[in-house]
Design a protein around this ligand. Structure first.
Ligand code: FAD
Ligand code: FES
Length: 528
């Protein structure tokens, strides 16, 4: 897989859970949401155990571009129209409070994470022609913002991109993994612990017990901060209903050194859909640009390499001296009405998800809200972000259209011919869905020639996975689950690995080598 702009080497390491224990709260997930929740809980005097399946920061927090902004993907005017002006102001307030909290935590804990206040610019599209009334719309948005007490003004020309837009004062940016490392150091110790390489595999409701392989943690409260929510103790129907309101998109980013003299440190986002986003950092070695966009529904792009190519071409048009040295991608989770889902989903169980492009701020806010929930305190956002809110079931995204993917891809991919019949057809560095003995096997070969063969049937609800050439992962087009070449889960909603197969080089014999724990949907699909 590719590498993001953030250094993982400075992250502290934590041991695997090797005992059973009891704490006030278990937090599942060691990204910004989970570690923020654990930090605020510890500050409130609670004992916390964080369990992380991989290493902390290796989920989407390690793949972010880390603009810290209260400007949401949904325009202020759309928020106001959908939820009312007072609620739109509250959403803004949530982002602004989160930025202030990150600033305060970094200061209090002495975390060197390059936190900087910068202006943010929402500007006319980079690629397309702006709409005729674009300037008029920006002006109206600025008027609405001013009415709501938001520091925004219309500008004829945003820096670097030279397009009209809006300038939002007092936004920020930081290094997310340096911040996460600082949070982790502050959390671990004094009856609070972080466990890495520890997967939560099951939840018992009464008493509340989290199973992590053969060890168990008993607790009074559970915070699920896994970005894609685990089912936990939520009933299947409610868990599936929440899932149907979450839409998984892959987003791409590149990093480049720029020898461009002086460039202002800013955050920029255009108004196209999907939108492009750019931040400029001043590093010791000179200006560094981080540019992202090209979002598509996970597992539904035929050519993931092309997304990086388009992004690179556009950055070089904007900044001709750009020398691209990093590229990566990850997932953003959108919701049916544009707001995140943060709150309880069962008695003593709290979930935070659906942050779209605002996971740094909403993840931090969700951490604060989780601490308030454990302490029995109310927060201004609890109704607006409630998981069971009913006001907007259809919402701004087309609920039905987004959910049609499931039956469509389930049937379509099973009826399509396989991409090959023998592992010999799988070149180094590629993956193919093979039909071996009537079974669909996802076969991939690494650059050294090592072959992995796993069932092509997604363990969530049975669609067929597809090879992502840019990231060397198996991605599911139905609800966005992602798997590593060895079948282990990289991102849910699937909670179970793809079953492993052993195949001979010519594919003559295929046998299921291993069926993993908690297998829901069996082995490889039978079909053409
Ligand atoms: C390319 C890109 C650019 C982005 N840019 C921005 C931006 O500029 N600003 C912004 O605010 N947001 C941005 N985002 C969104 C943001 O990165 C995410 O919303 C945010 O990182 C989500 O954080 P999280 O802690 O909720 O999830 P994650 O960071 O994904 O953490 C969840 C963790 O849970 C763990 N886990 C899962 N299942 C289990 C289990 N069963 N047991 C134990 N652990 C488990 C995972 O291993 C993972 O580490 C961007 C995202 C992408 C992909
Ligand atoms: S079937 Fe739902 S993610 Fe694969």
């Amino acid at each position: 897989m590719s590498q993001s702009a953030w250094q993982t080497s400075r992250l502290p390491k934590f041991k695997k859970l090797n005992k059973s224990l009891r704490v006030d709260t278990v937090v599942i997930g060691g990204g910004i949401t989970g570690l923020s929740a654990a930090y605020f809980l510890k500050m409130s005097g609670k004992d916390v155990a964080v369990v992380e399946r991989d290493r902390i920061g290796m989920g989407d927090t390690g793949m972010t571009t880390a603009h810290l902004t209260a400007v949401t993907d949904m325009r202020l005017s759309t928020l106001a129209k959908t939820f009312g002006e007072e609620q739109a102001r509250l959403v803004w307030e949530g982002g602004a409070r989160a930025i202030d909290a990150i600033d305060a935590v970094a200061l209090a804990e002495g975390i060197h994470c390059d936190f900087r206040r910068v202006p943010g610019f929402l500007h006319a599209p980079l690629r397309e022609q702006p709409a005729k009334d674009e300037i008029e719309r920006f002006r109206k948005e600025a008027e609405l913002g001013a009415r709501l007490g938001i520091p925004v003004e219309f500008v004829q020309s945003a820096p670097i991109v030279n397009r009209p837009g809006l300038r939002f004062a007092d936004q920020a940016k930081f290094d997310p993994l340096d911040y996460l490392g600082g949070l982790a150091r502050a959390i671990h110790g004094d009856d609070c612990e972080i466990f890495e390489n520890t997967e939560a595999t099951e939840v018992d409701e009464d008493p509340l017990v989290i199973h992590c392989g053969k060890h168990k943690i008993q607790c009074d409260h559970l915070v699920i901060a896994t970005h894609v929510p685990l089912m936990g103790a939520t009933g299947l129907v409610r868990a599936t209903l929440l899932q149907s309101k979450l839409f998984h998109y892959s987003s791409y980013a590149i990093g480049a050194k720029v020898s461009h003299g002086t460039l202002p440190e800013v955050s920029l986002w255009d108004t196209s859909d999907p939108y492009y986003y750019l931040r400029i950092d001043q590093r010791k070695s000179g200006p560094y640009a981080i540019f992202g966009g090209e979002d598509h529904k996970t597992g539904q792009s035929e050519d993931t390499e092309a997304s990086f190519e388009r992004l690179s071409d556009l950055l070089r048009e904007l900044l001709p001296s750009a020398q691209i040295d990093r590229r990566w991608s990850g997932q953003v989770i959108e919701t049916n009405d544009g707001l995140p889902y943060v709150g309880p989903t069962a008695e003593r169980q709290f979930v935070a998800t659906g942050f779209a492009g605002n996971g740094m701020t909403f993840g931090t806010l969700a951490g604060m809200m989780a601490a308030d929930w454990v302490l029995g305190r109310t927060t201004p956002w609890q109704e607006l972000f409630a998981v069971n809110r009913t006001k907007v079931i259809g919402g701004t995204k087309d609920y039905l259209k987004e959910n049609l993917d499931f039956p469509w891809f389930l049937i379509k991919d099973r009826l399509s011919p396989a991409e090959g019949h023998s592992p010999e057809e799988v070149e180094p560095g590629t993956g193919k869905i093979l039909n071996i003995d009537g079974r669909r096997i996802a076969c991939s070969r690494d650059e050294q020639g090592h072959l992995e063969a796993v069932s092509a049937v997604c363990t969530h609800l049975g669609c067929l996975v597809r090879w992502n050439q840019a990231e060397h992962t198996w991605d599911c087009p139905c609800h966005g689950s992602r798997f590593k070449p060895d079948g282990s889960v990289l991102a849910g909603p699937a909670e179970t690995a793809l079953a492993k197969f052993e195949v001979s080089q010519n594919g003559a014999a295929a046998g299921q080598a291993e069926t993993r724990q908690h297998q829901h949907s069996g082995g490889a699909a039978k079909g053409p």
